[in-house]
Design a protein around this ligand. Structure first.
Ligand code: MN
Length: 230
């Protein structure tokens, strides 16, 4: 088949310990999924999970240099464990959800917090706050066949040598299997989908020159340097 414009390479993530790449289809993100972060964002109690989406185009494989984005004066990090779906399905039972996971990585749900807040205040979508160029740096995927399915372990972010976020995966309000079960009631999950599983408390702004080091115990790490806007 001839394409009218040149076909692009699908976004993908390296798989650690192999030469393989994992093609990325969609990026789902859960909101307010750690107790202390839910409090800092004004939430209360165990409300139903909610999700938003970033385009796969926003992926920055392995991090590295990330441009400060346009149209924001409050550009935030959110450190998250990323879940890579290897086997699709709909109405997946939480008890069987792990069988749908290919592996796990470390991601940053980068956010134009001022634009997100504007959307909240005006009852408008979050897209401009969450889905923009280079909004989803993500490290290599560690296959579940090697590391299992982490449900506890430290999730940490260090910015310019100072610890800014620290929690445990067990502090999630909705576990990864519960997220998969919930999401798959609304979407047919497909191989290649990613789920950003929420951020702990301590979110905050970064500026050009800042260096971020995120890690999830037993999963991996991700380094990002914020560089001046294009
Ligand atoms: Mn997030």
């Amino acid at each position: 088949m001839a394409y009218a414009i040149p076909l692009w390479t699908p976004p993908s993530l390296p798989v650690s310990g192999s030469g393989d790449s994992f093609p990325v289809r969609r990026i789902f993100c859960v909101g307010r999924n750690y107790v202390e972060h839910q409090k800092e964002m004004g939430g209360d109690g165990r409300e139903a999970p909610f999700f938003f989406i970033k385009a796969a185009h926003s992926l920055v494989p392995l991090g590295g240099d990330v441009h400060y984005p346009p149209k924001t004066a409050n550009y935030h990090y959110e450190t998250e464990m990323v879940v890579a779906i290897g086997k699709g399905g709909r109405r997946i039972d939480a008890g069987k959800a792990n069988a749908h996971v290919f592996g796990y990585g470390v991601g940053l749900d980068m956010t134009r917090r001022d634009l997100q807040q504007w959307g909240k205040d005006h009852g408008r979508p979050w897209d401009f706050g969450k889905d923009f160029d280079e909004a989803a740096p993500c490290g290599a995927l560690a296959p579940a066949s090697k590391i299992g399915h982490p449900s506890k372990g430290a999730i940490v972010l260090v910015v310019n040598g100072k610890e800014r976020q620290k929690a445990d995966l067990s502090d999630m309000i909705w576990s990864v299997p519960e997220q998969i079960a919930y999401l798959s009631e609304y979407y047919t999950l497909e191989p290649g989908d990613l789920i950003f599983s929420g951020t702990p408390a301590g979110v905050g702004p970064v500026k050009p020159g800042d260096e971020l080091e995120a890690r999830v115990e037993g999963v991996g790490d991700l380094k990002v340097k914020i560089i001046p806007a294009l």
